[in-house]
Design a protein around this ligand. Structure first.
Ligand code: ADP
Ligand code: ADP
Length: 229
């Protein structure tokens, strides 16, 4: 699904050069659920942003779903991002004035889907996260865990091949974090590849595989057996 070979990222600010990623190698298969851990500043977000086509690498090869990313124009990259990638963030990033329905609709409008197709996808996605009955509510009427589920519905409505999650449970108490994790597990079981950055060792262990990033490199691969529930 995703292959990175010797990916480097250098941030240049005034006189300071930061090597956020150094010859970073990683392979993620279709259908995997990979958790990413590592100290603050080690390059986790940089990795996720490059993998998710929000940023470009300074050097190295990146292939996503059979397509080499290096030579793509900005436009081709955004198109690929819209078609194949879903994102969820620690801060949910919902628009406060819009209903849940309208929040999920935003990326679908960008894709030029007609109203009927949008409606079907929105209702299906909200159904999937258990919030169909709340579609007319605005985000402030929901708990943090519910808001994150709306953000997940927004990502799912795009029918992504791969979902990138940056600390998706970072703002949630442990019960809500577990519920969001269960939802991600369900989505993964249905075939979506997931890559999730987390600080929570318990959640990291629940993924199919955990990788650690230290100083901009993958320093440890830990394979976890899926536990029988
Ligand atoms: P980013 O992922 O945006 O680069 P950080 O990795 O620094 O940011 O941290 C993301 C969030 O996790 C921050 O709010 C930070 O306070 C919190 N955090 C950082 N380290 C830990 C830790 N060891 N345990 C729990 N929370 C942490
Ligand atoms: P993590 O998510 O593990 O906390 P990051 O990927 O956010 O780590 O950051 C890795 C390193 O790159 C850090 O030293 C950080 O300060 C630096 N960095 C990240 N983004 C930028 C940027 N836009 N400009 C300059 N330096 C950056």
């Amino acid at each position: 699904m995703l292959t990175m070979q010797k990916i480097s990222k250098i941030y240049q600010t005034d006189l300071v050069e930061t090597h956020a990623l150094r010859e970073f190698d990683l392979n993620v298969e279709k259908g995997e659920f990979v958790s990413v851990t590592g100290p603050s500043g080690s390059g986790k977000t940089t990795f996720l942003n490059i993998a998710g086509l929000l940023e470009t690498a300074s050097a190295g090869n990146y292939e996503l779903d059979g397509q080499l990313i290096n030579q793509l124009s900005d436009k081709a990259r955004s198109k690929l991002r819209n078609e194949k990638i879903g994102f969820i963030f620690q801060g949910f990033n919902l628009i406060p004035d819009l209903s849940l329905y309208e929040n999920v609709e935003v990326p679908l409008r960008y894709r030029g889907l007609n109203r009927q197709d949008r409606k079907q996808r929105i209702e299906q996605a909200l159904e999937q996260v258990g919030l169909a009955a709340r579609m007319k509510h605005v985000p402030s009427q929901l708990s943090g865990g519910q808001q994150q589920r709306v953000a997940i519905a927004r990502a799912l409505a795009g029918q992504p091949k791969i979902l990138f999650a940056d600390e998706p449970t970072g703002n949630l108490d442990s019960l809500m974090a577990r519920q969001v994790m269960e939802l991600l597990e369900k989505i993964n079981m249905q075939g979506t590849t997931i890559v999730m950055v987390t600080h929570d060792p318990e959640l990291a262990r629940r993924a199919g595989r955990n990788i650690q990033i230290v100083d901009g490199q993958v320093c440890d691969y830990t394979f976890y057996q899926k536990q029988a529930v």
